[in-house]
Design a protein around this ligand. Sequence first.
Ligand code: ATP
Length: 239
Amino acid sequence: MTKGLTVRGLSFEYGAKKALDNVSLEVPAGRFCALLGPNGAGKSTLVSLLTRLLVAPKGEIEIAGQDLRAAPRRALAQLGVVFQQPTLDLSLSVRQNLMYFAALHGIARSEIPGRIDAALDRLDMRARADEKAAALNGGHRRRMELARALLHEPSVLLLDEPTVGLDAAARAAITAHVHDLADRGLCVLWTTHLTDEVRDDDALLVLHRGRIIQSGVTGAIRGNQTLSDWFLAQTGAPA
Ligand SMILES: Nc1ncnc2c1ncn2[C@@H]1O[C@H](COP(=O)(O)OP(=O)(O)OP(=O)(O)O)[C@@H](O)[C@H]1O
């Protein structure tokens, strides 16, 4: 059974507005896939469908081999998500935020401390475990959300423009962390409109006006152009 993410023939409309049109994609385990699209391309709609905040009338989604429509609990149990907007309780400590989430996922009480320490270690955040989330800077808050998304040991990690609002150093750190997670076997889908977050050996999908218009390995498909120039030529949008 695949540990990756598969989408087939996904379409979605808001009333008369077509937001996604027959989108198909495949991201295997151990791959970092950047979904690059300008504003309004349909990235957030796709994220909402993958997380079941919206349900598509047409198309299939499989998360680690589990069909999201037929077996939503099993499918969502394999998905870790970092949403675009922060979703932390700032009055709780880092550890308390993670404990609450672990309990929501039904992780056994005896396992929770070990899982939290392991997740924080992966993100170099263990030393901050007892600080209030409010005391962390934006980059560390994002790292904490990433640690939280990994607590239930998902096979697939979905991040929706996760660097919005971060400074350059924090953006680079979080981008590097997530690449490292993919190198260790996670399937990663990272949505962005920023070309400098994408590496040449990443898988790349370009979403434009609800359709996947390009896919391949970034370095190969951009050719001799910078990714930014290539993307602009594809979509007419500055990166
Ligand atoms: N609730 C809604 N009702 C009607 N149209 C919507 C709604 N949400 C999104 N749309 C439209 O659907 C299209 C895709 O929007 P979506 O938010 O998925 O794009 P996006 O790539 O996430 O953009 P951004 O980078 O600006 O967040 C856009 O044309 C948008 O205007």
